[in-house]
Structures are given as C-alpha cells and as structure tokens.
Design a protein around this ligand. Structure first.
Ligand code: UDP
Length: 241
C-alpha cells in the first residue's frame, strides 16, 4: 500500500474539463483518461468521491441571460451534471471499477439518490462515488456542491481541477507578471476576490477546516502525487489562529 498523506479525496471536475478538444459536450478520450487516472488512485488505496460540473452543457445563469427562467435554467444545469456523471461512471465501469452516481435530485431510473450515510459507506467499501446535481438546489454551483459533499463524506482534501496550474494574484492568461501562490488561506482568497471558486463554497471549507488544492490535473499522476503529499498547484487552508 502506498504511503498516503490524504486517504480520502473529493475531486471536483468542471464540466469544461470534460470537453477536451470540443466546444461543447463530452470528449470520450477525456473520460477514458480520467478513468485511468482515478483507477490508479484507487489502486493506491485512495478513497474517492468525485463531483462533476455541467458547464460544458448548460449553466443556469447563462440560460437566464438568454431569457430562460432562472430556476428552470438551474434545473437544466443540474441535469447536465447528471449526464456528465453518467459518462464518467460508464468510463470507470468499463475499467471494471465499482463506480456509482448519487444525485441530489431524485431520478431512480437513472442513478441513485444521494444520502450521506450511503455515500460514506460506499466510499469506505472501496467504491468511487460520483456526486451529481450539485446541492440539488437552484442558485448554487457545483463548487458549493463539492465543498458540501467533501465535508459530508469527511474528505481529507478537496482537489479542484482547473485549466491553470494554481491560484495567481491576477489572471495569468492576461497578465504576464501574475504571481502564483503556493499556499493561501480562505480569508485571503475571499478578501482578494481571487475568483478561485464561489464564496459560499470557500466559507463552507473554511468553517469545516477542509483543505483544498487548486491544480491542473491534465498531466497523468498528479492526483496520486497530491494524495502522497507532494506540493502541487496552490494549497488553500483555514487561517492559522
Ligand atoms: N447548479 C445548481 N445547483 C447546484 C449546482 C449546480 O443549480 O447545486 C446548476 C447551475 O445552473 C450551474 C449548473 O448547474 O450553472 C452547472 O454547474 P456549474 O456551473 O457549477 O458547472 P461547472 O462550472 O463546474 O462546469
């Protein structure tokens, strides 16, 4: 068994991460690569929960801008996360892994209903649980859903996979002199409006002393190195008292 610093991870994947080379939808090669990655982690003894976003398909706020009722738009967004979760479950199951989808919205013909107790049991039994439909409520994001599920399953670390390799003091794509943080606290991230994730999500992590790493996990092996305790990306923690 590998020496692990973090035994139980909650990995948050944005919907956009699943698009790969496409402008919309799901790239099967990304699902295959992610599934290989998660299999490697599981073989190393890491317990895994995964939250998937839906931004590659629908986002409620964008639909509302186009004239759709906001709550309806958010329901569409949550359904998008379920589609992504099913695709990932399929990829994992094709590799012979015990993967299930638990949704914050009930849809018994499609996937299982989320309950905290059952989710924890499945993860402790070595299954990978993919959490779909975010919090199950409109006006939230899957980042908040991820923080909530991470706290509920008592994850040791939440990993937010992004396109950039960590958190910078300003947008590294627009500003060449942007500086990357190795470590910041939630108060700083909120005060400086670093746009890492929404404030509700960060407050939940902070209040429950849940550490988070923001990193680019497109390179193979990153998640396992993180679980072993290697410093990758930016670590966000509660401010020391
Ligand atoms: N959503 C929601 N409640 C939640 C989580 C998500 O209503 O608890 C909806 C919301 O419309 C959101 C969409 O689902 O825009 C997709 O989630 P998100 O934008 O967080 O996906 P990501 O940006 O991670 O791909």
């Amino acid at each position: 068994m590998t020496d692990l610093k973090y035994k139980r991870l909650l990995v948050k994947l944005s919907g956009e991460a699943l698009m790969g080379q496409y402008d919309f939808g799901i790239d099967p090669s990304v699902i295959a690569q992610l599934s290989r990655e998660l299999e490697g982690l599981q073989q190393a003894g890491v317990e895994l929960g995964v939250v998937v976003g839906g931004g590659n398909l629908f986002r409620g706020a964008q639909l509302a801008e186009a004239g759709v009722d906001r709550v309806t738009g958010d329901h569409m967004g949550m359904l998008a996360t379920v589609m992504n979760a099913l695709a990932l479950r399929d990829g994992l199951q094709k590799r012979g892994l015990k993967a299930t989808v638990m949704s914050g919205l009930d849809m018994p013909q499609v996937c299982d209903r989320y309950t905290q107790r059952e989710a924890r049991q499945r993860i402790a039994d070595g299954g990978i649980v993919i959490f779909a439909a975010g919090t199950g409520c409109p006006y939230f994001t899957t980042d908040t859903g991820a923080s909530l599920r991470a706290v509920e399953i008592q994850a040791d670390l939440m990993v937010k996979a992004t396109k950039v390799d960590g958190i910078y003091n300003k947008d590294p794509i627009r500003f060449q002199d942007a500086v990357k943080y190795d470590h910041i606290d939630y108060d700083q991230a909120i005060d400086q409006r670093l746009g890492v994730m929404d404030v509700a999500a960060m407050i939940l992590c902070n209040d429950n002393t849940l550490d988070m790493v923001v990193c680019d996990m497109s390179e193979s092996g990153v998640l396992l190195e993180l679980a072993k305790g290697k410093s990758i990306g930016t670590l966000v923690t509660r401010k020391e008292a």
